[in-house]
Write a protein that binds this ligand. Sequence first.
Ligand code: HEM
Ligand SMILES: *[C@@H]1O[C@H](CO)[C@@H](O)[C@H](O)[C@H]1NC(C)=O
Ligand SMILES: *[C@@H]1O[C@H](CO)[C@@H](O)[C@H](O)[C@H]1NC(C)=O
Ligand SMILES: *[C@@H]1O[C@H](CO)[C@@H](O)[C@H](O)[C@H]1NC(C)=O
Ligand SMILES: *[C@@H]1O[C@H](CO)[C@@H](O)[C@H](O)[C@H]1NC(C)=O
Ligand SMILES: *[C@@H]1O[C@H](CO)[C@@H](O)[C@H](O)[C@H]1NC(C)=O
Length: 347
Amino acid sequence: MYIGVASYKSSSNCSNSGSLKMGVMRYVAIMFIGVLGYVVCSEAQLQPGFYSKSCPKAEKIVQDFVHEHIHNAPSLAAAFLRMHFHDCFVRGCDASLLLNSTSSNQAEKSGGPNLSLRGFDFIDRVKSLLEAECPGIVSCADTVALVARDSVVATGGPFWKVPTGRRDGTISMASEALANIPAPTSNFSNLQTHFGNKGLDLKDLVLLSGAHTIGITRCSSIANRLYNFTGVGDQDPALDSEYAANLKARKCKTPTDNTTLLEMDPGSHRTFDLSYYSLVLKRRGIFQSDAALTTNPTSKSYITQLLQGPLEDFYSEFAKSMEKMGRVNVKTGTEGEIRKHCAVVNS
Ligand code: HEM
Ligand SMILES: *[C@@H]1O[C@H](CO)[C@@H](O)[C@H](O)[C@H]1NC(C)=O
Ligand SMILES: *[C@@H]1O[C@H](CO)[C@@H](O)[C@H](O)[C@H]1NC(C)=O
Ligand SMILES: *[C@@H]1O[C@H](CO)[C@@H](O)[C@H](O)[C@H]1NC(C)=O
Ligand SMILES: *[C@@H]1O[C@H](CO)[C@@H](O)[C@H](O)[C@H]1NC(C)=O
Ligand SMILES: *[C@@H]1O[C@H](CO)[C@@H](O)[C@H](O)[C@H]1NC(C)=O
């Protein structure tokens, strides 16, 4: 089996069609190898500067647009980082998240975990510049990945590599967003399962959760922790009670407030620093999923280690995990399509 995978990997042919002639037993085996091979093939095809010949200015166009416009709305950096995460966790990083619902389909965008996803028009504007420069060449999936990276960098956060060559999916289903994106009420094992399903390990989970060092949420996302944790009008005991009292007095004054916005890392919600991790250890992580990172000894000690710094260590480890997340189930080669408009599949 292992040899099969190895030889498949060394082959440059990424097609599965040969398996059709096999007997049933071998067919099953080859299917399995094929699935692994598929991942290997796909990963092998993302490459730095994929557009260097087909659209040499592509990455510069994205970067320039981001630099020019992100400062008018710096909070969008967080939105794009989250957008990239949500995209990658549902059907791989294939811009399925950008597709609009149709009369016959509820798209990911309209699924439960879509709260506060924003910045779609910004992506559309970048994409139209790319289409003007080289029609039909640069995918929406790569556009999202590049915009996420460039906007985080432009607002003072870490840099990570974005190899390109992703292609766009044609399917987007709200139900799949619900199934694949971990809920803020997740416990540690829920989180580990969701991340594990995407080939991401415990370290990736801790590092990528560090993205909550920037950005906002709303009271409705934590109302249960503050007001009715187990259905008897109680508070989440894992949330620091002083912090909870403060939130109730100053921010989320009623259990039904569904509009007030809340910084996840108060005081430094635009700064990509380590304070998210200090909050988590002080039982002030905003979601149960943040608090859950302290319930596993390995994860907790990794947080302690990150806090010992320097910040550059977090940045470089975060970068590795982001690059890994950006490869999750990507479509490459002749899979999918290059959408003309990110909100609709090509006709
Ligand atoms: C570990 C599981 C995760 C859970 C349960 C989770 C959950 C959430 C929730 C509920 C919100 C607030 C949405 C709202 O109230 O409007 C949020 C915001 C955010 N999340 Fe996560 N998240 C997770 C992991 C990640 C990852 C892996 C990233 C990126 C690498 C990320 C980046 C962000 C950012 C940047 C925001 C702020 C968005 C904004 O300001 O618009 N999250 N997350
Ligand atoms: C997609 O939906 C958004 C929001 O409803 C709308 O503004 C936009 O025009 C739609 N895009 C297309 C191409 O239909
Ligand atoms: C998010 O989902 C809700 C509920 O399904 C829906 O009403 C809302 O329009 C969606 N938001 C966006 C931006 O599509
Ligand atoms: C985590 O939550 C799931 C339900 O989402 C539950 O079945 C499981 O028992 C919980 N695990 C722990 C360790 O609490
Ligand atoms: C808390 O939740 C329970 C069960 O969902 C509900 O019956 C009760 O009315 C809620 N209490 C408050 C104060 O919202
Ligand atoms: C938010 O709360 C207001 C007032 O309680 C209510 O009228 C509105 O329908 C709620 N909106 C959502 C999206 O739940």
